[in-house]
Design a protein around this ligand. Sequence first.
Ligand code: R5P
Length: 292
Amino acid sequence: MADAEGLKAADNYGLDIPVSAQSYYLKGLEYADWGIKDRMSRIFNKKSGKTVMLAFDHGYIMGPTSGLERIDLSIVPLLEYADSIMCSRGILRSCIPPTFNKPISLRFSAGTTILNELNDECIIDVDEAIRLNASCMAIMVSVGGKYEAKTIQNLVRTADAGNKYGIPTLGVTAVGKELVRDARYLSLATRVIAENGATFVKTYYCEKDFEKVVAACPVPIVIAGGKKLPENEALEVAYKAISDGASGVDMGRNVFQSEDPIAMIKAVKGVVHDGLSAVQGFELYNDLKQIL
Ligand code: R5P
């Protein structure tokens, strides 16, 4: 029962202190709802405004990818260094201890595999994202592909459900025959994904005019790492993408297939969060590699 007597009178109104102007730190999300902002601020570092996501969802279309044969051995030791993890619900439930408490980018669409034409996908029920405490739902979007309409509809339905429950939607530029890694295609694809409701967008880096891809996308962009490169080249891609305005990386093979995955993810974080150049990042990689 509430106390009716002896209550301390409220008198600390700070009448001479104006309420500070508040501004959210991520591009295009000033007017997003509280739950969306809360979850995005788990994924994106509040000081740098950037993120290093560790992607290991490859098996959902590729089966046991090199480096992902045993998630418990290759990925679990890396979890503590990632800002966020991206995986399927199957791997999350079977291999990822729930005590790690990392924000989860949940692979949220599924359908065909590399044995068939990719991107003929459906979406998972939003209840699963809530049950798994997902910080965002990642949807494949095949702009220009055979399943363009279907995957954009998947994006729209995911964004609707996400807005209902305050869960961000990550629109992923799908891999497929239509994926041309130039600014013309990538700016079209990322803009379409953002306009159709994605809270942030994952795409690929291109050498020429990537800053225009970022500029034309009204929400944050993170880049996928792509196929395994020598460590210095992968760090160069990360550095250039960040210099051109990307808000982070969602990197898989260039981390977990590295000769030294822990040194590599630490070097990537140095480039993404701490302003290291690609050369400095590679020096850090080599230093860490030596002492491990
Ligand atoms: C794409 O959506 C895939 O499922 C991966 O998450 C993505 O390609 C990132 O991994 P990687 O850096 O190996 O390309």
